[in-house]
Design a protein around this ligand. Sequence first.
Ligand SMILES: Cc1cc2nc3c(=O)[nH]c(=O)nc-3n(C[C@H](O)[C@H](O)[C@H](O)COP(=O)(O)O)c2cc1C
Length: 312
Amino acid sequence: MNRITKLFNIQYPVIQAGMIWASGYKLASAVSNAGGLGIIGAGSMYPNVLREHIQKCKKATDKPFAVNVPMLYPNIEEIINIIIEEGIKIVFTSAGNPKTWTSFLKEKGITVVHVVSSVKFALKAQEAGVDAVVAEGFEAGGHNGREETTTFTLIPMVKEKLDVPLIAAGGIATGRGMLAAMVLGADGVQIGSRFAASVESSSHEKFKQAIVDAQDGDTHVTLKELAPVRLIKNKFFHDVVALYSTAPTVDDLKTLLGRARAKKGMFEGDLEEGELEIGQIAGLIHDIKPAADILNEILSDFEKAKQEALSL
Ligand SMILES: Cc1cc2nc3c(=O)[nH]c(=O)nc-3n(C[C@H](O)[C@H](O)[C@H](O)COP(=O)(O)O)c2cc1C
């Protein structure tokens, strides 16, 4: 038992990240059933779709699971109402101010975790009353910090100042990576990219294969003027690079991005025109397999790495 397993009442301090177009009830329930914490990613769901996923998740597992609410998407109030009506016990908020919803959710008896990418925001989240903080380094897939602080530097710096439990995210896909994050001061880990390439991930098979095919250096953070996001360098990414060479306005970038790019890439499998969000650690992901197998492999690799570390 550690601070994270106690907080969420789970077996292992491994959290499957909330991910648009990847983490529906199938993935969340598979991870929770295997002893980690599964998260339904509300960011890509209309409110009625989220309700359906929550209800299906409750049927698929009797273990704790959470909902991730990225605050940059519309319909937040409706999403929060559904979370309360459905009796969700754990919420991970991200991409916004932790003060907006934390006290409201806490009053309803919900455990609240906020995702940050800097020491400053970790402390702001703690001040807002969260139960734990996810500190996410620049390696991570999806939306990303502007400061470019890597997990290796962020975790010990946050650890130095933070009192509430700390969850490390960004670049962790193995037990070895998990051990490293915990040695640096994390109480648990949040893993995204590795679970995006799982059988239960709702992403398109072509996107999952693109994750397996990606090597180191194949992703890059772009669109900082809108919301920095780490993407595979596909045709859409190169179109963005070409536009940057013309000194575009924010509106020009918005026009190129258009609507539903992420859905097109990750859910519909358009590897050319779609946005393909994945982390640097994709270079270490070599297969698509069931989420329970991924978790078990991480746990056995963690034990092995711990033994090896004893002889250092
Ligand atoms: C495909 C994809 C979608 C993501 N969507 C979200 C999201 O909706 N909300 C969020 O807070 N983070 C999102 N993230 C970030 C993850 O929650 C997590 O913090 C990150 O993936 C951890 O880094 P890793 O990919 O190196 O494991 C996403 C990441 C990926 C790869």
